[in-house]
Write a new protein. Structure first.
Length: 339
């Protein structure tokens, strides 16, 4: 039986825990704030694609507890990281949290996160293990304790990291993980260079996330708030992302058709549209994935001398908003400790 440790049981992680469980894998989920609910009730996924699934994986409070439950001859085959890509957690905090569960040259680490550069720290920390980069399209939201609503689509693009240097063994490990998702009825595609898919998703992610967070609008609400101005701003911002992707060599794979696909996807949605993760984070005062989702794009643009005025403005405003949100949160926490 395939043994999987899943770290990050937010809405996306919960759906993938469900699919991996359906595929027959032995899934262990690290749960912290939701531990009691997960132990008592398990998880429920209500999906327009997969129907309603109630499942109970093994639940632990920490990676240490997960490792204690293993026997010496049964290491984890895959560790799936579905946490948010937050730089403020520290460059090595994520790898520090999972290192006890990583068996050298055996455990493959699957990174299902938004943004760019999210795999680097894992490649550095675990040079002898296969690192699998994952890009997912999975509209989800929590609608209750341990209950996740999933709508519209489920796609998972996978590829060894770094691209083009992957050994045959790394390709096989990537295919083995994809086959688990497919066995559960999900959609998973293996790529030789999955970074192309990261950039394609960033056309929407690096624009809609900051735009919606700063405007407090869902995507369709923003488009209809001032039809021509809003539409032109979104399209122009998306084209800036494409220009950066083309500047680093992806011009044959990413272009205007990808921009049109992203904008049409938003226009086709039912009112009021979707709530991107940054908008949800902004409303609740949570830290946002600023650097991974838009900061990296702006930095690459500067290094290649690509003009991205709209993205630079969005990045600055979002960075400031996130800074204030974190400061207020830390101040509030310090105040409570002083009571």
């Amino acid at each position: 039986m395939v043994r999987i440790l899943l770290f990050g049981t937010g809405s996306v992680g919960t759906v993938y825990a469900m699919l991996l469980s359906k595929a027959g894998a032995q899934v262990t989920c690290v749960c912290r704030s939701n531990y009691e609910t997960a132990v008592s009730n398990g998880f429920v996924v209500r999906s327009t694609i997969f129907g309603e699934e109630h499942f109970r994986p093994t639940v632990v409070r920490s990676v240490e507890e997960a490792v204690d439950n293993l026997t010496a001859d049964s290491p984890f085959d895959f560790i799936v990281v579905c946490t948010k890509a937050i730089t403020s957690h520290g460059d090595h905090s994520a790898t520090d949290m999972i290192h006890l569960a990583v068996t050298k040259a055996h455990t493959s680490i699957v990174i299902i996160q938004n943004g760019l550069g999210v795999e680097r720290v894992y490649r550095t920390a675990f040079p002898n293990n296969t690192i699998i980069s994952g890009v997912t399209y999975l509209p989800t939201s929590h609608i209750g304790a341990g209950i996740v609503l999933h709508t519209e689509t489920q796609k998972l693009h996978l590829g060894p990291y770094p691209a083009h240097t992957a050994a045959t063994a790394e390709q096989k490990r990537t295919r083995a993980f994809a086959d688990l998702i497919i066995a559960a009825g999900g959609e998973a595609t293996v790529h030789s260079d999955v970074q192309i898919e990261r950039w394609k998703k960033l056309i929407g992610n690096a624009t809609w996330n900051p735009i919606c967070a700063l405007s407090r609008c869902r995507d369709l609400q923003f488009l209809q708030s001032s039809p021509k101005l809003a539409y032109d701003f979104v399209i122009s911002s998306m084209r800036e992302v494409v220009a950066v992707a083309q500047a680093i060599g992806y011009g044959d794979f990413i272009g205007e058709s990808d921009v049109q696909q992203q904008i049409q996807r938003s226009k086709a949605r039912q009112w009021p549209g979707v709530e991107p993760s940054m908008l949800a984070d902004m409303r609740t005062g949570r830290t946002m994935e600023v650097e991974a989702v838009i900061g990296e794009v702006v930095k690459i643009a500067k290094s290649r001398r690509v003009e991205v005025p709209r993205l630079e403005t969005l990045y600055l405003l979002l960075h400031c908003s996130d800074y204030i949100s974190v400061a207020v949160s830390e101040s509030s926490a310090a105040g409570k400790k002083g009571l």
